[in-house]
Design a protein around this ligand. Structure first.
Ligand SMILES: C[S@@+](CC[C@H](N)C(=O)[O-])C[C@H]1O[C@@H](n2cnc3c(N)ncnc32)[C@H](O)[C@@H]1O
Length: 371
């Protein structure tokens, strides 16, 4: 082994020591042994200035007298997302622990990692993220996680108590007052993004129980709500009739909005819904066609991912998303900000982010040029 190799190893060891100690991962005998070995190498191979630097680093890791040995973090269990059996077992165990809202399930989730097979990740890096092959790759992963193919008009259906949803004071009958307040706050921030005055014609795509449409209708705007789930359309329509809000709910999808060719909107927005769509470019193109000049597309409360998960977009590999995909069959995609920014610019939307640092209060705002 060469002198410079030894030096590099010693530097690496000392840095690791400092980092491990900062993380509370070494103590007692282990610390002594590792330190002794590190210094043996140091003595033999390392030039003086580097030795001094190393000594300073290693000096930081002296044991604090009386400090109890730190707990050793248990190794994380990896779940291969392409392994249907493993993903199913994850859902079963999560439910046994009380489901996504229960602390025991959350604690268990902290001990897991969700692995996208490296072959998929390599292909994802190689392919055009807007190509049919890329979509097929994501479809394949979905099929492995769910045990069957995605079908837009069936897979998104969700069981809920329709009568409670119709009768509820606000359209989220299952929410605690504090959670309702957070949703109202997110709506207020959404309205802050609107850059034109007066009573506007607004379309919400993925309107669900009607919470957002109702909020905006009460402000005096004229609302059309679109959803793929006929139960949501029926529920939200009955609510609007009961409350006298005059909201026009229509069955349809993001990529095929049920609108007349000459219908125009000042704002088209989604709230925690657009990530259920498989073809975001197609959907944005359709939305822009229905906008007035200077109109806005706003994606509210939507998830963005880091490129470390997928280079551009893909099914989200966090515990809650994996649970929702595998348990309910929902399409739970995430996009990098750069990728979605590219899509906005392709369809002619001038884009900005308004980020209030919470999942709910995050807005991607696109404005169509006036001329
Ligand atoms: C999480 S819910 C959000 C509902 C509502 N925007 C809210 O904030 O309460 C997602 C909604 O998107 C709808 N959805 C899913 N896929 C869709 C699609 N392809 N086209 C239209 N709506 C869709 C679902 O039916 C559901 O109502």
């Amino acid at each position: 082994m060469t002198r410079s190799n030894n030096a590099a190893i010693a530097v690496e060891k000392a840095e690791s020591l400092a980092i491990m100690d900062n993380l509370g991962l070494i103590c007692g005998d282990t610390q002594k042994t590792v330190k002794r070995r590190g210094f043996d190498l140091l003595r033999r191979a390392v030039p003086r200035p580097i030795k001094q630097l190393l000594k300073r680093l290693v000096g930081k890791v002296r044991a604090t007298p009386g400090r109890p040995p730190p707990p050793i973090a248990p190794p994380r269990t990896a779940i291969n997302l392409a392994d249907t059996t493993a993903v199913r077992a994850f859902v079963v165990r999560s439910d046994e622990l009380g489901g996504p809202d229960a602390t025991p399930a959350h604690e268990w989730w902290q001990t897991l990692t969700f692995d996208i097979p490296s072959s998929l990740r390599v292909s994802a890096c190689r392919l055009d993220p807007l190509s049919a092959e890329y979509l097929a790759l994501q479809d394949g992963l979905y099929a492995a996680m769910v045990g069957g193919p995605y079908q837009e008009t069936i897979s998104e259906l969700a069981p809920f108590d329709k009568e409670a949803a119709v009768a509820g004071h606000l359209a989220y009958p299952h929410c605690e007052p504090q959670a309702l307040n957070r949703h109202i706050s997110a709506m207020a921030r959404l309205v802050d993004q609107v850059d034109r005055p007066g009573s506007l014609r607004i379309l919400e795509a993925g309107s669900g129980w009607g919470f957002s449409c109702e909020y905006l209708a009460r402000l005096g705007h004229r609302l059309v709500g679109v959803d793929v789930n006929p139960d949501f359309i029926e529920t939200a329509t009955r609510r609007s009739q009961r409350l006298g809000l005059g909201i026009d709910y229509r069955l349809g999808t993001f990529a095929c909005l049920p609108v007349a060719p000459d219908e125009r909107f000042d704002i088209i927005f989604t709230s925690a819904a657009f990530h259920h769509g498989r073809t975001p470019l197609l959907a944005l193109q359709g939305m822009v066609r229905q906008l007035v000049p200077g109109g806005q597309v706003i994606l509210a409360s939507e998830p963005f991912i880091e490129p470390a998960m997928w280079p551009a977009w893909g099914l989200r590999a966090d515990a809650l998303s994996v649970y929702c995909i595998a348990k309910f069959g929902w399409w739970e995609a995430g996009w990098t900000r750069a990728f979605m920014g590219e899509l906005f610019s392709r369809v002619g939307l001038e884009m900005r982010f308004a980020d209030y640092h919470s999942d709910l209060e995050r807005y991607m705002v696109g404005r169509l040029a006036v001329a």
